[in-house]
Design a protein around this ligand. Structure first.
Ligand SMILES: [Fe+2]
Length: 303
């Protein structure tokens, strides 16, 4: 294993923020030429492209984009010169040379924490100088590894004041994106980390966060996964949405595996099995195309 987690990871994982050290920033895979090659071979229709406005209070929805015609090298140039954020989701499965890195990360995490991980998904993030990923949360657990550039991460408590349970339920049901309404006052209770190459972090499930790049290209690995506990929690939240809608209850997220959470998770498993298999579609449509000839490399469609 080449990823180092704290000695007390077994005790603190899931409830505290854990910092890791890793060597993946030294790989040639993530040089400009390496990224261009990875982008050229990654399935273009799966490439997640977003642009973000200024960070401010309230709701800050991001715009979704596409890049159907550009070469890998042109996409790298567009990210360097523009104002966009790319995620090559499932890069561990789509790009064979990244699989050993994912195996190393997830293997080290399992060894250090004593938890088995499932639904492993390593995304390669490539983002522009100064881009600000707005206040949001992720339903899976996340481990973020910095490869190139520097960025500041604000992490907030996984408490209802910072993320309304109704919103989390809608995110679980995929009827809204992960962004949440932001308040400047939240920052009083944030933990702030300056990420640099060679550094990794993982945090408690459902902890809201936002990320601001410094004035440089940023490349990171975002490793999403579920543990038994996080999977039960997500399924309990799935069921909470029905309790809220149909029984007009105000169920809380407990983050603890008790009889109630297990019962809700069991309901969710049965309910999901009974649903027709519809393709998962994101709520936000594509509204811009990546284009190096326009400001921020963001060419609005139908404008
Ligand atoms: Fe996130």
């Amino acid at each position: 294993m080449t990823v180092y987690w704290p000695d007390n990871a077994k005790q603190t994982f899931g409830t505290e923020i854990l910092r890791a050290d890793h060597p993946f920033d030294e790989s040639n895979l993530f040089s400009d030429d390496g990224l261009a090659d990875l982008l050229a071979r990654y399935p273009r229709q799966s490439l997640d492209i977003w642009t973000f406005g200024e960070n401010r209070e309230g709701e800050n929805p991001a715009l979704r984009g596409c890049a159907p015609r550009m070469s890998g090298k042109d996409i790298v140039d567009a990210v360097k010169n523009g104002h966009v954020w790319l995620n090559l989701r499932r890069a561990n499965l789509e790009l064979p040379e990244l699989k050993p890195i994912a195996d190393d990360i997830f293997g080290s995490l399992e060894a250090a924490t004593g938890r088995r991980t499932v639904k492993q998904d390593m995304g390669l993030l490539i983002s522009s100088p100064r881009v600000h990923v707005h206040y949001h949360l992720d339903i899976p657990m996340v481990a973020l590894f910095q490869l190139r550039g520097r960025k500041r991460l604000w992490l907030y408590p996984a408490e209802p004041e910072f993320a309304p349970p109704e919103y989390i339920e809608q995110i679980v049901h995929m009827t809204r994106e992960e962004d949440l309404p932001y308040r400047n006052a939240f920052d009083d209770q944030a933990r702030v980390f300056d990420l640099k190459p060679g550094m990794g972090l993982t945090w408690p499930q459902l902890a809201p966060h936002r990320v601001q790049n410094e004035n440089c290209l940023n490349v990171s690995l975002s490793c999403e996964f579920m543990t038994t506990a996080s999977l039960i929690n997500a399924n309990a939240i799935y069921t909470n949405a029905f309790l809220r809608q149909n029984l007009h209850l105000s169920p809380r997220i407990t983050n603890a595996i008790g009889p109630a959470a297990l019962g809700k998770a069991a309901f969710a498993r049965v309910h999901k099995r009974m649903q027709p298999r519809a393709p998962k579609t994101a709520p936000t449509p594509v509204t811009f195309e990546l284009d190096t000839s326009v400001e921020n490399c963001v060419k609005l469609l139908w404008a």
